[in-house]
Design a binder for this molecule. Structure first.
Ligand code: ADP
Ligand code: MG
Length: 721
């Protein structure tokens, strides 16, 4: 007897026939794990084959569709096994030859006189037009064929056809289970189609308009899920939450004044106006018992670390503890070093807590935290483990928070004794990713923002160049020119060794281009690059070393330390150095196979240089010839402003990606465009909130359904990065 398992929206994709564990892993790279993920994974665009052209107007290299009559019987041309089967078709304006390789069945499929539909890419042999392996169907059976073909964003080993087939199968199984979370009032006003129609139309549209209608409805669904879901099921601050007042509204004591001056004196530079403004904003928030919920947004290199550490110093001087949370141990160590320098002679004790910290030392540090002996605590997620207890934790700063999941941040709503109301800490988040105001409202609720636009004085603009190859003397020459001056360099590669898969897979652009079976050359690996430097004799004179995520923590820290103190001249790494690393003497950034990284990642990488007063160069190497890749490289060369790039990236890539997982710790949106649809999100969420206020049966159902889908689509994925 077979035990039929009911397939639900929450079932893993691997329950589908034909989706094995291997395919499951690949789909996970596209953030598809559940059936709901699969059906809500929307095509990034469509190929419309329904637009009929004339044969006499076809152009070399262009894809066309036409209707014509078979004028010669399909025959094998030549006697070899691999010889193609060919025949001619005429549409009244001209004729074209169709050739099929590895498709002997074609000989029996079409007869002279058949009316057929053809779609394919035209090649010319002299004056003779030809299409190799076109899509072909008898006109009479064409009604069953969808001519609007979805194109999905892909990863290696997964094609658009696979996703489409699986999504449609899944949809058949669960279509009656997809709840409607859009209030009726909004549905009517916006004239939205039904849920089932929406999902059918996006995956299998009859016309492009259909697809757009479906997408429009799903966009509303997505925005409501995110906006309402974040507010109700991820709430991080309610009216009852109380945080300690850190900064007194009265004047500082002479002792506090003196210690603060010591810290400022240790800076070694003058704060920019924007840095001062951010610190003032924060101090103002810390004078209140309402928990601070503030975002400091500043482009790479704008000096966010100084703002963070000064804020921590202020908190420590007021006798309270603060935590600075960094996404990697390399970064935590770097922040620790900066803090040690800045807090010298101020009487403030700094502690560093990493996952790899030795057990005996960890025990000692935890003791210091519990007793309040250390007041500035810097670390990775190790500071979030349950057995770490604080004496008087008042402020938590999260650096480059997009690397953390919301779940981890939630953990920091630590309970403290002795206050009325729900105990909370002040919360400060630092990010280099520009987030439009309306968007921040949707994903963070009422978060205040301080923007650091001004760059520290004396910085030279980074010069960015593009090289259309990934190997060649030019690359080594520019590198050597910098090294000879005693400066240092980074080389970033998309994978670790020649056997490993690309690490940047989640950022790939091979989308539709890949569909056209564009030759995808192997990316240069970190280890291959190291060997090249060795072979060119560069390593002999200038020490080079590799760095990547899966190396031992101690090894990583050692390499970083030696790069920062100048022993290692060339650091060859994966994007592990993307975030936060600060070495002002590094003035050169070479990115291999640059087309494989998103613009935001490239901008972050470029932000590792140009941190001192020397002229810095960024060299992007790519042998990709695709139009998309080239236009992105051009953009990088022309534009150095993070905010502007974010907008341009969006235009090039289409909605959804820039503000994806890696940027904010929230999963990528698929139908909606957080950048441009933020006002729409507000309208939709207001409508739902109104419904909740009115109460009643619809409100209850909508609320339950939002919670369920929100958990499936977003919450369960947060914190797993
Ligand atoms: P990010 O905003 O990317 O985190 P950092 O905080 O790492 O940037 O700062 C980049 C570099 O600029 C560091 O070397 C830091 O010491 C330096 N810096 C920060 N603020 C100033 C300033 N006001 N004047 C000069 N240099 C500064
Ligand atoms: Mg930083």
């Amino acid at each position: 007897m077979s035990t039929a398992v009911k397939i639900t929206l929450g079932s893993p994709v691997t329950v589908l026939y034909g989706v094995g564990p291997e395919a499951g892993r690949k789909l996970a790279r596209l953030e598809i794990t559940s059936i709901y993920d699969l059906i809500s994974y929307l095509p990034r665009r469509y190929n419309d084959w329904s637009d009929i052209s004339r044969i006499d107007q076809c152009e070399e290299g262009k894809e066309i569709s036409f209707l014509g009559t078979v004028t010669s019987a399909p025959v094998k041309k030549g006697f070899k096994k691999q010889s193609p089967v060919s025949f001619f078709v005429n549409d009244g304006t001209g004729r074209i030859e169709l050739s099929y390789f590895n498709a002997p069945y074609i000989m029996n499929k079409f007869l002279v006189g058949d009316r057929i539909f053809v779609h394919g890419k035209v090649d010319y042999y002299g004056t003779r037009a030809q299409i190799v392996n076109p899509f072909c169907e008898k006109a009479e059976t064409l009604g069953d064929v969808k001519l609007v073909r979805p194109v999905y964003r892909l990863t290696a080993g997964i094609t658009s056809n696979m996703i489409n087939k699986w999504a449609l199968t899944a949809l058949k199984l669960v279509k009656d289970q997809i709840p409607d979370i859009i209030p009726e009032s909004l549905r009517n006003r916006e004239n939205l189609c039904s849920v089932t129609e929406a999902y059918e139309w996006v995956h299998s549209p009859d016309t492009i308009n259909h697809a757009a209608e479906g997408r429009r409805r799903i966009a509303y669904e997505e925005l409501i899920l995110l906006g309402i879901g974040m507010k109700y099921f991820m709430a991080t601050g309610g009216p009852d939450e109380v945080a300690p007042v850190v900064v007194p509204s009265t004047a500082l004591s002479p002792d506090a004044e003196r210690r603060w001056k010591t810290v400022i004196g240790n800076l070694g530079f003058r704060l920019t106006g924007d840095q001062k403004k951010a610190i003032a904003d924060i101090q103002h928030d810390l004078m209140n018992s309402k928990p601070m919920n503030r975002l400091v947004q500043g482009d790479v290199g704008s000096g966010k670390t100084a703002v963070a550490i000064l804020t921590m110093a202020m908190t420590a001087i007021m006798g309270k503890q603060s935590v600075l949370l960094a996404p990697t141990s390399v970064l935590a160590k770097q922040h620790y070093d900066s803090a040690m320098k800045l807090l010298k002679d101020s009487g403030i004790n700094v502690a560093l807590l990493l996952g790899k910290t030795k057990a005996s030392l960890k025990k000692e540090i935890k003791e210091q935290l519990r007793e309040g002996e250390a007041s500035v605590i810097i670390g990775t997620h190790a500071v979030l483990t349950d057995d770490v207890k604080y004496n008087d934790l008042s402020l938590v700063i999260t650096d480059e928070q997009h690397r953390f999941g919301v779940k981890q941040r939630e953990k920091l709503l630590i309970s403290r004794d002795g206050t009325d109301g729900i105990n909370a800490v002040h919360n400060l988040v630092m990010t280099a990713t520009p987030i439009p105001r309306t968007l921040a409202m949707v994903i963070y609720g009422d978060m205040a923002t301080s923007v650091i636009r001004e760059k520290p004085a004396g910085r030279k603009e980074i010069k960015t160049h593009f090289l259309p190859y990934t190997d060649g003397d030019d690359i080594y020459n520019v590198l050597l020119a910098k090294l000879r001056k005693g400066e240092q360099a980074y080389i970033v590669c998309p994978r670790i060794d020649d056997d490993s898969e690309d690490l940047a897979a989640d950022e790939y652009y091979f989308d539709d281009l890949f569909e056209d079976e564009e030759e995808k050359t192997d990316a240069v690996s970190v280890k291959a690059m190291k060997k090249r430097l060795d072979d060119h004799g560069i390593s002999e004179k200038y020490e080079s070393a590799v760095l990547y995520g899966s190396m031992k923590e101690t090894a990583k820290l050692e390499v970083m330390e030696r790069f920062l103190n100048g022993e290692i001249k060339v650091l060859i790494s994966t994007t592990v150095i993307e975030v936060g690393v600060n070495n002002p003497n590094a003035t050169m950034m070479v990115v291999m196979n640059a087309e494989r990284f998103g613009l935001s990642t490239l901008h972050q990488l470029r932000g590792r240089i140009g941190r001192g007063d020397k002229q810095s160069y960024c060299v992007l190497c790519s042998d990709s010839k695709t139009e998309l890749a080239l236009s992105r490289m051009k953009l990088m060369c022309e534009c150095s402003d993070g905010f502007e790039l974010a907008g341009k990236d969006l235009e090039l890539r289409g909605p959804g990606d820039f503000f994806g997982t890696r940027q904010h710790g929230i999963p990528t949106l698929r139908a909606a465009n957080l950048f441009t649809d933020a006002p729409l999100a507000k309208t939709a969420c207001d409508e739902v909130n109104k419904l909740f206020e009115r109460g009643g049966a619809e409100a209850k159902t909508v609320m339950d359904n939002i919670e369920r889908l929100f958990r499936l689509r977003f919450a369960d994925k947060m914190g797993t990065l």
